[in-house]
Design a protein around this ligand. Structure first.
Ligand code: DC
Length: 228
């Protein structure tokens, strides 16, 4: 079974996806972490990119030097992202990565490479993957598609507390600006922009607890199984 969870930045996709993966014993893949890893690599290696158009005609040879893996942390039970053998789980959540990831993820060859890697991951077996184009581009035939959204205020509040708890220094205003920027860039890019897949179920979690959201998806899975 493949479950695709798409939606806006900071509306809790990964929290729900991780909980569903645990309950249903599915693999979980955070596709946003992969775009963040490439962005981190570009920033670290001073690879030029722009906010309006590709600076380098073909990024393919640069992308060949990028190896991304998810490895399970036995202590936490969570899978963590590695870039060329180095755990970069903390680095990719920093604001410099958040501020640039929408530009790097709009580059055609970056999307081509990561979409191919994500599709390849379905050979691992059943999985839940969250992102922006999972139900539209990566797995258009996913068994279940969920499109998550929440009010901007709630998203700012949740992301602010998440980062503060991780020890990352930010202000609510920085978070708000970053969310607005990413919403705009992610929905307006040429290459597989964020949009609700026609056959997705909408999950607006503005007034929902985490458990209610998880139950919402579990109910959708149960309905699906009954229908098969
Ligand atoms: O899920 P996230 O906020 O960590 O994702 C970071 C950025 O990566 C997001 O602003 C847009 C991009 N992204 C994408 O373009 N396609 C995906 N499938 C996942 C993320």
């Amino acid at each position: 079974m493949i479950i695709a969870i798409d939606g806006y930045s900071s509306c809790g996709k990964s929290t729900v996806a991780k909980a569903i993966a645990k309950r249903l014993k599915l693999n979980y893949i955070d596709s946003g972490a992969m775009y963040r890893a490439v962005t981190y690599y570009f920033l670290q290696n001073n690879i030029p990119f722009s906010k309006t158009a590709d600076v380098i005609a073909d990024y393919s040879s640069i992308l060949e030097n990028i190896q991304i893996e998810f490895i399970r942390n036995e202590q936490t039970g969570q899978s963590e992202i590695y870039l060329n053998g180095k755990n970069i789980e903390a680095e990719i959540r920093q604001m410099d990565v958040s501020d640039n990831v929408s530009y790097v993820s709009a580059i055609k060859s970056v999307r081509k490479k990561l979409v191919a890697m994500q599709q390849q991951m379905s050979t691992l077996g059943n999985l839940v993957m969250d992102g922006r184009d999972i139900g539209t581009t990566v797995f258009p035939n996913a068994d279940l598609k969920i499109f998550m959204t929440a009010s901007p205020e709630v998203r700012v509040y949740r992301r602010y507390h998440e980062l503060i708890e991780k020890g990352i220094k930010v202000t609510p205003d920085e978070i708000r600006k970053n969310i607005e920027l990413r919403d705009y860039e992610d929905t307006h890019r040429e290459e597989s922009p964020l949009r609700k897949p026609d056959d997705a179920i909408i999950l607006d979690n503005t007034y929902m607890s985490r458990d209610e959201q998880v139950q919402f998806v579990l109910d959708a899975v149960a309905k699906l199984k009954k229908a098969i």
